[in-house]
Design a binder for this molecule. Sequence first.
Ligand SMILES: [Zn+2]
Length: 474
Amino acid sequence: MNRFTFFNTLKREVEEFHPREEGKVGIYTCGPTVYHFAHIGNIRTYIMQDALIKSLEYAGYEVKRVMNITDVGHLSSDADTGEDKMVAGAKRENKTVMEIAKFYTDAFFKDFDAVGNKRPDVIEPATNCISEFIHMVEVLLEKGYAYVAGGNVYFDTSKLEDYYVFSSSVEKEALEVGVRDDVEEDVNKKNKTDFVLWFTKSKFEDQALKWESPWGVGYPGWHIECSCISMKHLGEYIDIHCGGVDNIFPHHTNEIAQSEAYLGHEWCKYWFHSNHLNDQSGKMSKSKGAILTVSVLQEKGYDPLVYRLFCLQSHYRKPLVFSYENLDNAAASYNKLVKRVSEFKKDGEVDEKVKADYEAKFLDAISNDLNTAMAITILYDALKADTNDATKLALVESFDRVLSLDLTGHANALAYAAPGVDAELEAYIQEAIARRAEAKKAKDFATADAIRDELLSKGIVIKDTREGVVWSRA
Ligand SMILES: [Zn+2]
């Protein structure tokens, strides 16, 4: 296996990755809280995670990825204070909490898919796992890591030797001051850093979703979700835990506290965090008026994959500045790439030696702290390489296993839309594609193959893509 490295937030350095089981990787991703749209900064995080996962697969690992959907229990401050996000969303839109969850889950995945991301193997809404949350809270109480106060169950952070696991000693002091100065104080907490595992008494008497528990009717804290859902599907150990840098404190810090207290051993060795997307006025957030989403970009005429290219051109650990000018530059690059690929002829033999050389360079880039910008430079180099078109096309397809820019699909569409295709030929091809679809539907694969060959004999290649059948000249 090739050497694979990325920045491990837990160690505060770029580290070589070694999963617990040779060749296999269990990854957990914190999913969205589905009370509002995911803005393009949130989607940047998921694009970089997708690049990480596909890079691991390119390097030969078998990856299983689990993600939660927070549809209960996330208060507007990550430190258990403020309003309940789901209830606030329901009130704002005059809908039930479950209607809000359904609507924004669908909206999230529409944008998640549009930018070329592969869906996680397991996607689990928090409301599916209430009995697992209760069980974990019971065990934490039995083990003495939790206490009941004022009707709520809290995690007792003073029971841990090192609570601020992600922080250097300087950062710890700053965090302690920050926590002390937190505006809203919960008098039930023994320590300022303690956090809620289960709410029964809160100021949200109108909480819509409530469940029976040994401590009374209530609902789970936010952090407990990720610990339980990861253990439910990945067992007692995970190899990589992903999120945005916002999640490091308190969310991931609390996840580690309760998971390791519950398990009695180390839980996850590698933590992968991607940085913020900023606009000219600062960090992108949902509180600053209209939410800029991938769907909004699409309405403005941008291909979602242009946004993906824009993200991949920058390193995941650096803040990225969004502006329409920057996005236009990415669009120009994307269109040039598509045009270049559309000009390649599809005949000739792939030069396996050249292909392997470029694939090795590409793998080096993505294995070196996920250097996606370098990976794209290698794509440009491959397009200019002193080799035939068949080899270049094979490389574009190979790199697209990670980049997911669908350059060949878009190139074929471009060839289709190009002037010079006469109407009669076009009608004939479309009719043949329709006949082939009918044959496939009737499981008559011999006829379907015959139609493909018939087209090929006229110099037309057809290809099945996610967007449907596309054709190009052979
Ligand atoms: Zn989480």
